[in-house]
Design a protein around this ligand. Structure first.
Ligand code: FE2
Length: 312
């Protein structure tokens, strides 16, 4: 190898490292400033201490009852890119069910959903709670819910969250949930189409597949993006029109002014619940139907959401 070849190889290596660093930096910080409180939130002793404190102060029972008080929230997405025939199309958005943590939640949800009208159901992950190794309890509870979800004429679709494993995919498909795993599907109504892309939680920001699939999208059509967390909002805003996610649980335990104490995500707090906008992309972060860590909620009721699409 000549000196020039060695220099060229070193230069190439440096460029490669620079690009990898750039992608890592952008994908972990939503292209903006990182929410550093995330690091504190990773320690599990926080939950042990919290549970002990709530039991001693008798607040645990109140928090548990709050965690079962599911609200049905309504939201509208208005965009020129929504085909006219899809105006009035209702999306039932479920997220973060963590069913094995509060088994009674399945029946509460079933009753709420039974009296709700929707055309399609989209579930943005965390069917299960990973402290329980066996996911069959969550799958069986989900199975009691799927008959009411099946009333959606355009199907029931889901993606995996950080508490779910790939091994759960066949069982979820068997009970009638079509899992979207790093792919784009199309929903056809009359002569119009909308597209839905979904990612497995762990692959949505660790691989370049995200950009590869996105590059194949037709930006003249409406593209909906399902991702478990709001972490890749910056990247997605270049490719998608609507971003649906959960993961934060809206903070789950909030201050009396409904502001979250912690949000368990690197995403900025302005993306931690409800509607938001990034560039031309509209988005919604669900507060989740279930609870995580400790099965309690304060000043942050669990939700299922109905998003209605309207052509501008
Ligand atoms: Fe969750």
């Amino acid at each position: 190898m000549t000196k020039i070849q060695i220099l060229f190889a070193l230069f190439n290596k440096r460029i490669e490292k620079y690009i990898v660093n750039l992608i890592e930096k952008r994908t972990t910080a939503t292209g903006e400033k990182t929410n550093n409180s995330y690091l504190f939130e990773k320690f599990s002793f926080t939950f042990v201490f919290l549970k002990f404190f709530l039991k001693v102060t008798k607040l645990y029972k109140i928090g548990y009852e709050n965690a079962l008080d599911v609200q049905v929230n309504y939201n509208q997405f208005i965009s020129k890119k929504i085909p006219k025939v899809f105006s009035g199309f209702n999306i039932l958005h479920l997220s973060d069910l963590h069913l094995c943590l509060i088994p009674e939640l399945a029946e509460v949800l079933r009753k709420k959903i039974e009296s709700t009208d929707f055309d399609i159901c989209l579930i943005t992950g965390d069917f299960h709670h990973k402290t329980e190794k066996d996911s069959s309890k969550s799958i069986n509870l989900m199975k009691t819910l799927t008959p009411v979800l099946q009333k959606a004429n355009y199907g029931v679709y889901g993606i995996l969250g950080n508490h779910d494993s790939k091994e759960m995919i066949p069982a979820l498909e068997e009970i009638g949930i079509k899992m979207i795993c790093n792919e784009t599907i199309e929903i056809v109504k009359n002569d119009a189409k909308i597209f839905i892309t979904g990612f497995n939680y762990r692959e949505s920001y660790k691989t370049l597949e995200f950009f590869y699939i996105s590059n194949k999208l037709n930006n003249k059509e409406l593209n909906i993006f399902l991702n478990h967390s709001p972490r890749v909002i910056y990247e997605a805003s270049f490719f998608y029109d609507i971003y649906l996610c959960g993961h934060t649980h809206g903070g789950q335990i909030c201050l009396p002014n409904n502001k979250p104490i912690i949000i368990r995500s690197r995403a900025l707090r302005k993306y931690s619940s409800g509607t938001w906008k990034k560039g031309n992309m509209l988005g919604y972060t669900s507060k989740g139907a279930g609870s995580s860590g400790v099965p309690v909620r304060f000043f942050c009721k669990p939700e299922v959401t109905v998003h209605t699409l309207f052509n501008e």
